[in-house]
Design a protein. Sequence first.
Length: 501
Amino acid sequence: MVLKLSGDGLSIETLAACTFNRDRIVLTRDGMQRMRVARRVVEKALEEGEAVYGLTTGLGARVTERLAVEELTAFSYQTVRGRAHAVGPPLASEYVRAAMIVRLNTLLKGASGASPATAGFLRECLNQGLTAVIGETASIGAGDLCWGATLALSLIGEGEMTDRYGTAGPAGELLARTGLRPLVLGPRDGLALANHSSFSAAIGAIGVWRARQLFVATQAASVLSLEAFGANLSAFDPSILTLRPQPGQSEAAGQILRLLEGSRLSNHDNARRLQDPISLRNIPQVHGSALASIGFAREAVEAEINGASDNPAIDVASGTARSTGAYHTPHLTIAIETQSRALTHVAALQVARISKMLSHRFTELPLFLASPGANSNGFAPVMKVAEALFAEIQHLAQPVPVWPSVNADGAEDGLTNAPLAVKNAAALVNKSRLLTAIELIVATQAAELRDLGDSIAPRLKALTSVVRSVSGPLVEDRPLGRDIEAVAECIGSEAFGAALQ
């Protein structure tokens, strides 16, 4: 596959596909032309000795200091080497590759004023399967300066990289093996490669993409629980939901009713109870809010992965370089945290539903869904794992700290901590996949014990087949950790998606 980058129109799906499938990247003529035009603005500023932040002046608190002409190129290298401070275990390579793609896409907007050669070189690294090795901790969300500089350090051959096979080594050696020489920086190029929000944007975008996959699976798991429980679907009726039209709830309920097509529950007379517990009855409200919040987060991350987060920014229309605050990411932080909080509400209902499925008092099925005649405690101990996962989900969903920063002798006195928000959100989704896997396994066992036969919805029957392909029925006690992980791995797979079509 080939991905054409232009500076606009990059979706989270396209970014994810290129990140994981390593699609070949080409750059559009329009995007490269914007870079050339913007670069001429930079060159004109240099010729006229104009004061431009980070081009002819120092950075941060040293903004008032002018650079000598002979210093301008060396200052690009100094900018990179003096800010490549990322520490800790390496950031996941998928996030780094996604960030490299995002920065390449946003360079094509022209606002950075970087040399067109920087975009061409970054594209070649991506196409050769080279990924920078970058420590996971470096950014406070007022631009991803130290992450970006560590990326740039590898591009000039002084950092570390991994090749397409995941083998790590000195960047200079890996570049040479693929026939590339280290990138030569010109004036402004160092800051353009270092100072941007591409890492926060990329991690956030991959996280939202995974959250959408999770939501589909969570919807399916909840529907399978409804089927196995013998739920009352009156609360899902479209006419009832329009009485209080909160964003997302009617769409979420519509998806659930579609998955239940062909079920005996379509006839309300088959409901076992007049009114079900909240964890079943209020799925439209809770899942609807999650659906709306994921949409909010998607809008935020797609604005970032297609936006210029440069300071200064080149305004081609006026032919000037202007100071901006585009690198600051409060909206991204707020949107991602909103998604995380909404998914916590979803997870809370999941834990409650799982507990109800294990209760004979609520389901009239064997206690803990133990197979009849088996000397087993069924899924009772798994509730401890479910609650442990929920505790971690709840913890990860807490707001990140925000305070006045003390950076740059007080000149840079604000931050967003967006990197922490997006990393927490990504970890939260991974924990939620495991919790969803538990609900899928439990609901599958309950459906089988209910002996629904042909009265189960066809899509749900197909879904239970996917679950059973990696996790057999619980007859005698056995370790279930691997089963839970295997079902979690199925989420987002072709087989999982095909079952729900």
